[in-house]
Design a protein around this ligand. Structure first.
Ligand code: SF4
Length: 254
């Protein structure tokens, strides 16, 4: 199948060749940034990055438009974070971006492996939020790599009352956090993987050993099954949710 924009071979289900896929992807992310006025000129931007495909993709696009500082939090999970930190260090060195690495060990007094809690993702999430809130005090905006799949899961989790996160593209600042923005909000994980692979941003796709224990993983499987049966389910869920939020001045009843 040829690209819908030129005579090259298409490499994605969207019917685009490599060049047009990369251009479409970057333009889509920039349109989200602008449509939601996520980052204003001269604002100090902190990018919360794990070094995985999502954070390196967002950094790749954001750092072309805005001066960014990167924060990476090492939870102390053997066999997981060291690979992504290596990719992140390489990326930041090549583009002369300041990288701040904070560890659970130094900031909280334990590693996740040492603590091995019954609900690892809860402990891990609280620890990361604490550290991020502290570092973010010196910045106007925090950008995170949450994507369409993450947000569809978060909406479902909120509906089931298992999660406190507000799944919206922009979360206004409060006494604890600066404004938080999600430039990949409307981008599907499959497209992000393809972008990161084509741009050679990550050396491997590793997963935390605790991921299978999380409530989020069960929701992810449910949504993946629905997506297989009804393609477009995740996108419809997120877009309908956003339309609902934007039509009302009140917060959604979640
Ligand atoms: Fe932390 Fe859970 Fe994510 Fe692992 S899967 S990094 S424990 S939140």
């Amino acid at each position: 199948m040829n690209c819908t924009q030129c005579t090259s071979s298409a490499i994605s289900e969207r019917g685009l060749c490599e060049e047009h896929f990369l251009a479409w992807f970057e333009q889509s992310v920039n349109e989200t940034i602008d449509a939601y006025s996520m980052i204003k000129p001269n604002e100090r931007v902190l990018v919360a990055a794990s070094g995985g495909k999502d954070s390196l993709t967002i950094l790749d696009i954001l750092s072309k438009r805005f001066p960014c500082t990167v924060l990476c939090i090492d939870e102390g999970l053997a066999g997981y974070r060291e690979h992504s930190i290596a990719d992140l260090e390489k990326f930041c060195t090549e583009r002369t971006i300041t990288l701040i690495i904070k560890t659970f060990k130094e900031e909280k007094g334990f590693t996740m492996d040492e603590k091995d809690p019954e609900h690892p993702c809860t402990t891990c999430g609280i620890g990361r939020r604490d550290i991020m809130a502290e570092v973010a005090k010196g910045y106007d905006v925090i950008a995170t790599g949450h994507n369409l799949d993450d947000e569809a899961q978060a909406i479902m989790m909120n509906i089931m009352k298992h999660h406190a996160m507000k799944p919206q593209p922009v979360l206004e600042g409060n006494e604890r956090f600066s404004r938080r923005v999600k430039p990949l909000y409307f981008m599907a994980e499959a497209d992000i993987k393809r972008y990161a692979y084509l741009k050679d941003l990550v050396s491997s796709f590793t997963e935390c050993k605790n991921a299978h224990r999380s409530h989020r993983r069960a929701i992810q499987h449910f949504l993946e099954n629905r997506e297989r049966e009804v393609p477009g389910t995740k996108e419809a869920l997120v877009k309908k949710y956003i339309a609902w939020v934007e039509q009302r001045t009140l917060s959604p009843p979640l």
